[in-house]
Design a protein. Sequence first.
Length: 151
Amino acid sequence: GLSDFPMRGPVKPSTSVLVRRGGERSVWKIRVRKEKSMKPKILSAHTLMGDPIRNPAGESLGELKELMIDLDTGRVSYAVVSFGGFLGLGDKLFAVPWTVLAVDTENRQILLDVPKEVLENAPGFDKSKWPDGPEHWGLVDTHWSDYRRVV
């Protein structure tokens, strides 16, 4: 195949290649597909910890503190976010459904596209007293039910 023939320099979308096999010479016309940006499909949780949470306008909303795993499915259910002093929310933590966030690996940030009222009214919890019952998670799911990830 063509992979047997090294090519020098940049390859344009439509390129002619001189191929020599044995004593034969021939010119092949090839079409090169432009590769899409290679975004990782899997990251370690540690890679994301501390990444900034931003809205699409680039304004800082907070920071990713932790990921919560659903033990039945093995999938990430929630991101625990500290909104810090943003909107006067203090040092409380907030569970945000993973389906609402978008990881921007190129800029090492996490995007959250919701109105500020949604953040102001989000159910939060104290750093020293994490929720351990289903009641809190039900409130979280209800609060965020109308929002999905930014594409």
